[in-house]
Design a protein around this ligand. Sequence first.
Ligand SMILES: Cc1cc2nc3c(=O)[nH]c(=O)nc-3n(C[C@H](O)[C@H](O)[C@H](O)COP(=O)(O)O)c2cc1C
Length: 382
Amino acid sequence: MKLADCHNIDDFRRLAKKRLPFPVYDYIDGAADDETTKARNTSAFDHADLVPDVLAGVGAIDTSCTILGRKSALPLMLSPTALQRAFHTDGEMAVARAAEKFGVWFGISSLATHSIEDIATTTQGPKLFQLYVHKDKGLNASMIERCKAARFGALALTVDTIVSGKRERCLRSGFTTPPRFTPRSIWSYATRPRWTLDYIFGSKFRLPQLDGYVAEGTGKAVSIQDYFNTMLDTNMDWDTAARIRQDWGGTFALKGVMSAADARRAVEIGADAIMLSNHGGRQLDGSRSPFDQLPEIVDAVGGKIEIILDGGVRRGTHVLKSMAAGATAVSGGRLYLYALAAAGQAGVERALGILKDEIERGMRLMGITSVDQLTRERLRWR
Ligand SMILES: Cc1cc2nc3c(=O)[nH]c(=O)nc-3n(C[C@H](O)[C@H](O)[C@H](O)COP(=O)(O)O)c2cc1C
């Protein structure tokens, strides 16, 4: 199997599985507990059906929309994900360049493997920084200041990771950051020489946002579960969120809001957007899927705040269904991560090209020429 054989996101997943040592693949593909929420995030899209119109004259269509106050070429964002250098030697740089080519937002994790400054000079495209609130207040302030100086377009505060989810595949594989060879996994590394040689001889694995603050993640191998449970601030609350919103001063989103009550509070603290998300099923297993929860959230805060559906999106029609149900836009992690792992920038570009094509084809088959024509009348819940 090679890149040219990838025609949908699941194809990239299978290619990534072949190319990555299993602890790295399982870190991307895995989720919490029984992984029921991860599965439901995608299967939820089967609960609703699109109702097309025909004879609509769809020669010219416009896929653009406004996300976080800026025009985006597609109603799609790339969610922030940690440790991308472990998936491909070019890490975040590959994703940043692909996102810029397609005119879409790129989310950069607090646990990114390239610095805020290097990413800012690599891409002129819209950039969102994802903040994990650490116990070390100096580290939080430093990340916010660096994003301001680098002119990032938005900050998203992740609120669903107050402790780590129980990611059992990682417990079994012993996955750490930086990745480390263990007796159980050494065979898998040895039989993926391309990844292993890139990892050993390529640019050094670093978590530059943390440099000078914590040794974990860069100098010292640690599991992500231990990192979250020891480094992040379990006391984070609405006052913390309001304060960060103020310190940042720019476009601000809360990532990981699921309840209508929290969505209303997000409006109250002046957030510009919520990312309706359960962290791709990696945190609270048994949590409802963002798509199932979307109508409730739209009824509560629609029109008052941007609602970005995040999680489970694997198809252009999932994007169309979300927009029809009232989302401002959608976002996803694995939809580009499998492709990054499979083939770096070329992989991410191919994945985005496929999704763009699916969105365009879906719009034409729906008989619409712009995404704002996707309204609730175009959707039926089973
Ligand atoms: C490998 C991986 C790493 C992630 N790292 C982060 C992170 O550092 N910060 C964050 O807020 N969310 C992180 N997420 C969650 C994503 O931002 C996003 O919410 C999730 O991937 C959406 O689900 P999807 O993968 O089905 O699209 C990560 C997800 C994955 C798969």
